[in-house]
Design a protein around this ligand. Structure first.
Ligand SMILES: Cc1cc2nc3c(=O)[nH]c(=O)nc-3n(C[C@H](O)[C@H](O)[C@H](O)COP(=O)(O)O)c2cc1C
Ligand SMILES: [Fe+2]
Ligand SMILES: [Fe+2]
Length: 399
């Protein structure tokens, strides 16, 4: 049994919470779960905006029934075809055989490929509209936020925009759906982790989408994950956050991510951190790559301007966890960071050489000196580590 939940007069929340899945996309840990949001607009015609993960189909249909009873759904608007939202579509079509599916050329291709559905598909173009009676829906194509078919749907009469993954957050909706029903700050870190890991590669496309929507009057943002944003201050905050993250802009702070098997490279990280703190840097996060998941490290790298990476030499290469982190940073086309590096070896060094190559190809502003220890810190490498911490702090203090 469900009590139907209104977002506004005729817009209902029919999404679900996932507190079972360990890894989103089978990669990203979900310590606070995730919600798959779906919305119903009840007008002369009934439109469903996005669906949910297939595992939650039954629960989802129960929620839809709580709003509609036996009334059928006329349109399914697909903003995004990733299966966390489209999984329930085949069953939905089975349940509502006359439902018309609304998407763009690219979503139609995916609909056919994933679910073998090609009948009753209405293909719309950028900025086209569809009337539900009183309410008019307008579609904005926003490719690569987060897939090529991604679009947003604007319900003009309600000044409400359904944004797909954009402005989404990890974290379930624990009772509250709307921002003002809860303490929205509790989603802040998970929203940044969601952005940096899932959407982070597509900063320039997010910028294009934000510009496209600049003149659209928006009073409510309904994303496919996390709370619905309705309060002016929160709308401003989440839009500003997306703008900032997608420009790779960041705050004064330092991430030191390192691998270390026996603690020697870790000691270099400690010396650098202590010196940066002594020089006034208040936000310093040390991540041991073997303990912190890349998703947390990337979240903090998106937050802070300073980045230092350290690695022991491992079988003549970088430490595996560091290699994987570097690849994740490259994959996100990370920009606009102060970058330094340090490493160690016991008989023939390779880590610092590889970090140097990474640094030179990164486009980051390099902070000197790099530090290379043989077995453990000595007087000279200790001084270099202190200098690296001090020089990084100086750069950050000039922000
Ligand atoms: C499995 C393994 C492989 C290593 N491979 C190399 C190597 O190829 N070349 C080298 O100079 N040191 C190698 N080392 C030594 C480390 O690079 C490093 O000097 C040592 O682990 C001390 O640093 P740590 O305390 O931060 O782990 C290796 C160590 C281990 C445990
Ligand atoms: Fe997605
Ligand atoms: Fe999603």
């Amino acid at each position: 049994m469900y009590k139907s939940f209104n977002i506004s007069d005729n817009i209902f929340y029919v999404g679900v919470n996932d507190r079972s899945k360990q890894l989103f996309e089978n990669i990203w840990p979900l310590p606070k779960g995730v919600s798959y949001n779906s919305y119903l607009i009840r007008d002369e015609k009934v439109a469903l905006i996005d669906a949910v993960d297939i595992c939650y189909s039954e629960l989802f249909f129960n929620k839809v029934d709580a709003v509609l009873g036996k009334t059928p759904i006329d349109y399914l608007i697909i903003n995004h075809m990733e299966p966390d939202h489209s999984g329930a579509i085949a069953w939905l079509v089975n349940r509502y055989p006359d439902i018309q599916i609304v998407g763009n050329n690219r979503s139609a291709d995916m609909l056919k490929g994933f679910y073998n559905i090609s009948d009753n598909v209405l293909i719309i173009k950028d900025k086209e509209s569809l009337s539900l009676g009183k309410c008019n829906l307008q579609f904005f194509l926003t490719p690569m936020v987060h897939w090529p078919e991604t679009m947003m749907t604007y319900a003009q009469e309600y000044k409400t925009i359904f944004t797909g993954d954009a402005f989404g957050s990890f974290g379930t909706l624990d009772g509250a759906v709307l921002d003002w029903q809860t303490v929205p700050e509790k989603y802040e870190d998970e929203m940044i982790r969601y952005y940096s890991n899932i959407v982070g590669k597509y900063g320039s496309q997010v910028q294009v989408a934000l510009k496209k929507l600049a003149d659209v009057e928006i009073e409510t943002i309904c994303s496919t994950h996390g709370p619905v944003w309705t309060k002016n201050e929160n709308l401003d905050k989440v839009v500003a956050l997306y703008d900032k993250l997608s420009r790779y802009d960041s705050d004064k702070g330092l991430v030191i991510a390192y691998g270390s098997m026996y603690g020697n490279v870790e000691q270099v990280a400690e010396v650098i951190a202590a010196e940066a703190a002594a020089n006034g840097i208040k936000h310093i996060v040390l991540h041991n790559v073997s303990k912190s998941h890349n998703s947390e490290i990337l979240r903090d790298i998106f937050k802070y301007r300073g980045l230092l990476i350290g690695s022991p030499t491992y079988n003549n290469k970088l430490y595996p966890g560091v290699e994987s982190l570097l690849s994740a940073i490259q994959n996100r086309a990370m920009k606009n960071r102060y970058f330094g590096y340090f490493g160690g070896f016991t008989w023939a060094g390779a880590a610092v050489k590889h970090l140097k190559e990474f640094a030179e190809n990164s486009g980051f502003e390099i902070v000197e000196p790099s530090v290379e220890i043989k077995q453990s810190l000595n007087e000279s490498t200790f001084e270099s580590a202190v200098a690296l911490g001090r020089n990084m702090a100086e750069k950050l203090n000039n922000l």
